[in-house]
Write a protein that binds this ligand. Structure first.
Ligand code: MN
Length: 492
């Protein structure tokens, strides 16, 4: 057996039951026979790709039927076997996942249109069955690992697509690890010079500060255990290359301002232990003012949770620490994929925000058809990919909105009648104008006039959400026939 399969088998044996492994092996044998004689551009037999995709899905600890579908994902595309053959051998669920992955691969356009079609297809697939996206991610990740084998033009096209479509979607799904790897692979092919320079910087810093970090980790671990906190895991992570590159651009290439180049991680059992560890750490080393971030109390829009702080060590160098629970850690790295597997075992429910986002996605998808997609693309990109803010209502509800949203966006997010009848707003207790850009954490109250019938057309100039814009247009459009017929009455 070739190496690819050995590694696959090992990953499976460590994590899956005998029945699961039996199903996956049956899928693998099916794929191997189907791809018999096919060779990838890298020179490997084709089934090495099937095994690599299966391994990545197993590393995400996804259910066995997702792995089986991943192993079979190219069968109906590249061989004589049809989806019906797969259905006959593996049932409806696996066959429908393979069918969906195959559909995702078929893109007929070029240029801008290609980009739009791709993005739309990803949304469709995601809204219908997010497992299909995990398979597509694993597939694309292995393709990125072997991208060197392709001709230059194809490499650039695939790398661009990964940077513009795959990485942002991975980010929105909270899959930090996939996002980081996608960006780094794309960076390597799109800006090779900048890539190797940034890599070099990273290596230099790790060499220079590695020993000091090692010492700090040992000190912190000793103190934490001394305080009776059990089940602690300490390690370090090096910043992803592309994200360092972006940060350097912001800081005019001054690397001494980038404190999180290497982050030291303290992973503990529960939330109280996180805050206890933060206290112990600050007792040991002086924190840098203004660098403490509590993403546990206020998670990032994509669900990321952790405490961040930067401290001075004995030599006066700055070290960044990230403190989180084991579960937060898994969710930060694997996002929606982690929820998917927790759901299977029933130990926790998915993060509400993630569910909310998936629902929003499904809704947008329902409203879109291919023909008007290009028209909506800009608004859609704004809604989906810009950062989100969280605004509170006086009733204590948290409304998730895109950045720069206004009280009118909030009003329509609550209910279209609140939007249509809005006349005034109070932001954090102060009267404010209806086009005030809101910030995360703002408390915003909408004052309505029950007798008001129609929204103001001028609102269209400043609202940020597609939802508000559509509701305003609907309300204004809805009145036109009424106006027309009342005018007609006068004429008659
Ligand atoms: Mn493939």
């Amino acid at each position: 057996m070739p190496f690819a399969f050995e590694k696959f088998k090992e990953t499976l044996d460590n994590r899956y039951s005998q029945e699961d492994v039996a199903l996956i092996e049956r899928a693998f044998e099916f794929a191997k026979t189907a791809h018999e004689g096919q060779v990838r551009v890298t020179g490997e037999p084709y089934f090495a790709h099937a095994a690599a995709v299966g391994t990545k899905l197993a590393e995400l600890k996804l259910p066995s039927e997702v792995i089986a579908a991943g192993v079979l994902h190219d069968v109906s595309e590249d061989t004589q076997n049809t989806i019906d053959d797969i259905r006959e051998n593996f049932g409806d669920d696996i066959a429908s996942m393979v069918g969906a992955v195959t559909k995702l691969g078929k893109v007929k356009y070029r240029g801008e249109d290609r980009y739009a079609e791709n993005l739309r297809k990803m949304f469709v697939a995601m809204a219908e069955d997010v497992r299909v996206i995990f398979i597509k991610f694993a597939d694309r990740m292995h393709n990125m690992e072997t991208l060197y084998a392709l001709e230059e033009k194809k490499r650039i096209r695939i790398a661009k697509e990964v940077l513009e479509i795959y990485a942002p979607i991975a980010n929105r799904l909270g899959m930090g690890e996939y996002r980081g790897l996608f960006e780094d692979y794309a960076f390597k092919y799109l800006q090779p010079k900048e890539y190797s320079w940034t890599q070099h910087l990273l290596e230099e810093r790790v060499k220079k500060f590695g020993p000091a970090m090692e010492r700090a980790l040992k000190n912190v671990e000793f103190e934490i255990r001394k305080h009776g906190i059990q089940d602690v895991d300490l390690n370090g992570r090096v910043k992803h290359c592309y994200s360092l590159h972006k940060k350097l651009l912001r800081y005019k290439s001054d690397i001494s301002k980038v404190y999180d180049l290497v982050a030291l991680r303290i992973i503990v059992k529960d939330v109280p232990a996180c805050y206890a560890a933060l206290g112990i750490l600050h007792g040991l080393y002086t924190p840098l003012p203004g660098r403490i971030k509590d993403y546990i109390a206020q998670p990032k829009p994509n669900g990321y949770q952790s405490l961040h702080t930067s401290v001075f060590d004995e030599q006066g160098s700055v070290l960044e620490f990230q403190i989180r629970t084991h579960q937060m850690h898994e969710e930060n790295e694997y996002g929606v994929a982690a929820h998917w597997r927790y759901k299977e075992t029933g130990t926790t429910t998915p993060n509400e925000r993630q569910v909310h986002w998936m629902e929003e996605l499904a809704q947008i998808q329902k409203e879109l058809s291919t023909s008007d997609f290009m028209q909506h693309l800009n608004e859609l990109k704004l809604d989906m990919f810009s950062d989100r803010i969280f605004v509170f209502t006086p009733r204590g509800d948290v409304i998730d909105l895109p950045e720069q949203s206004t009280p009118i966006d909030l009003a329509y997010a609550i209910h279209s009648e609140i939007g249509n009848k809005a006349v005034q707003t109070r932001v954090n207790g102060e009267i404010a104008s209806l086009d005030t850009p809101l910030k995360s954490g703002d408390l915003c109250e909408i004052i309505v006039d029950r007798n008001r019938k129609l929204p103001n057309e001028d609102w269209l100039d400043f609202v940020k959400t597609r939802h508000a814009r559509e509701k305003i247009r609907d309300a204004l459009r809805g009145t036109k026939p009424g106006l027309w017929s009342s005018l007609m009455k006068h004429v008659r």
